[in-house]
Design a protein around this ligand. Structure first.
Ligand code: ADP
Ligand code: MG
Length: 450
């Protein structure tokens, strides 16, 4: 099947051809026809499968006059991205679009609304402009929720309900999502009439073009591992952290060591977010450190590596993250850094995607040195075990006394056994460095419990 052979207008075909889109993707092939026929649709299809054109093409096929369609998306980046594609189609139909999100002035948006046929926006600013009387949805014919699962995760449900309540009951509604949690089904049941479900990735959640691996590494050595990885395997890196704070620290340290890395997170001003994104797209920086929210829906070509610096808390975030690489025909690599505390979350991810992810080692490349990570070697009580050789024979009781005199509280000392001059003892990992300074040992070595 080619776009050329589909039952769509010449205007659409022309701009698609002009931009090199020849064949519809699977989701586009399943969605475009029913959507043009006016059906309500719930579409589950994995990240990178081409959902944007799947809803935008039908929208532009159906426009007459005035503002007739709205697309709600969770983030500003995604709004801009959808709008870029929408503007391509708008050209083919002599229409215009307007993109609406917070953090920037309203003036251009208000001006754009005067002529727009399609609004693409994030819920907050959309509501704002509606309340101020600049945006009127009472004659909307098509309502699209893109990345619906994430909008719910971000707490937009009440906003979406409010916006929907201002749109006519008689309208076409389409809902797109990479996952289909129960809340979305409920939302659909409430607002859609007899929707058609198009599910393309129910049992095939992870991107096939992505090779997935994990690395065992404690928190203190993650930054060294990341730098080694980047040196060993050059490329375009999208690195995910679970918190804004981590994105900032990781970016700062990498910069300090001469890497072209920047953070992307929700606290940044819109202008600097856009600047960072552009620099990444154009390859001026090759490492972007992001939170889940900031990276949502971002479509940057040529990302070779996705690194989960922190294991995501929710398995579906893992799927979204690794979907940032290996889009369509490109191949990508996803590497997850797993500390001992995170192993449980990681196993849950494996369960969710239904397969084992292989473990790899990253060769040390030196720019940032790895340190001995006692915590990573400790048991569930935080104790690490050492084997030692004494200079002179001592009783166990005498050794405990010496060790506690060296500033290691007795509670932090675990079992001690001595036979002749050699023996073993356990201390809390925080005190392990102090042990090395004690003079009674001829030799003392950490026993790797792993
Ligand atoms: P999704 O919303 O499902 O995550 P997108 O709509 O963002 O996916 O599309 C992912 C990428 O695939 C984009 O770079 C887009 O330009 C490209 N793409 C979409 N449709 C086609 C197509 N029919 N042919 C080639 N590339 C396409
Ligand atoms: Mg999308």
């Amino acid at each position: 099947m080619k776009f050329d052979e589909m039952d769509i207008s010449i205007g659409t075909k022309k701009v698609l051809e002009l931009h090199g889109f020849k064949e519809p993707t699977e989701v586009q092939e399943s969605v475009i026809g029913p959507a043009i026929d006016g059906m309500d649709l719930i579409v589950q299809s994995k990240t990178g499968s081409g959902k944007t054109l799947a809803f935008l093409i039908p929208i532009f096929e159906k426009l007459n006059r005035g503002l007739e369609a709205i697309v709600l998306v969770p983030t500003r980046e995604l709004a801009q991205q959808v709008d870029r594609v929408a503007r391509i189609l708008a050209k083919g139909h002599g229409k215009s679009t307007v993109v609406i999100y917070g953090g920037v002035s309203m003036e251009n948006q208000i001006r754009g609304l005067k002529h727009a046929s399609v609004v693409i926006g994030t819920p907050g600013r959309v509501m704002d402009l509606m309340r101020r009387g600049y945006l009127d949805l009472s004659r909307i014919k098509i309502f699209v929720l893109d990345e619906a699962d994430r909008m719910l995760d971000m707490g937009f449900i009440e906003d979406i309900r409010w916006i929907l309540s201002k749109a006519p009951r008689e309208k076409q509604m389409m809902l797109f999502s990479a996952t289909m949690p129960q809340e979305i089904i409920n939302l659909a049941r409430h607002y859609m009439s007899n929707p058609e479900k198009i599910i393309l990735s129910a049992d095939e959640i992870t991107a096939e073009n992505v090779s997935q691996f994990y690395v065992e590494v404690g928190e203190i050595n993650k930054i060294a591992k990341l730098s080694s990885l980047i040196i060993n395997e050059g490329g375009k890196y999208l690195v995910f952290c679970n918190t804004k704070r981590n994105t900032k620290s990781v970016a700062e340290i990498l910069q300090k060591y001469g890497f072209r890395a920047f953070a992307l997170h929700g606290d940044m001003r819109q202008a600097s977010r856009s600047r960072t994104m552009d620099a990444f797209k154009q390859g001026k920086i090759n490492i972007l450190i992001s939170t889940d929210v900031a990276a949502r829906g971002i479509d940057v070509h040529g990302i070779t590596h996705v690194v989960n610096y922190d294991v995501p808390q929710y398995p579906k975030d893992y799927v979204h993250r690794i979907g940032r690489t290996g889009r369509l025909d490109a191949r990508g690599k996803a590497i997850t850094f797993v500390s001992r505390e995170e192993m449980e979350y990681f196993r849950r991810i494996e369960e969710f995607i239904g397969k084992k992810i292989p473990r790899i080692e990253i060769r040390q490349a030196g720019r940032i040195k790895e340190r001995l990570d006692y915590r990573e070697k400790s048991d569930i009580f935080g104790m690490v075990k050492f084997k030692f050789e004494l200079k002179n024979e001592l009783s166990e009781w005498e050794l405990v006394k010496i060790v506690s005199n060296a500033g290691i509280h007795e509670e932090s000392i675990g079992s001690v056994t001595i036979q002749g001059k050699s023996g073993e003892l356990k201390v809390h990992y925080r005190n392990a460095p102090k042990l090395r300074k004690i003079r009674v040992f001829r030799r003392i070595n950490l026993v790797d419990a792993g």
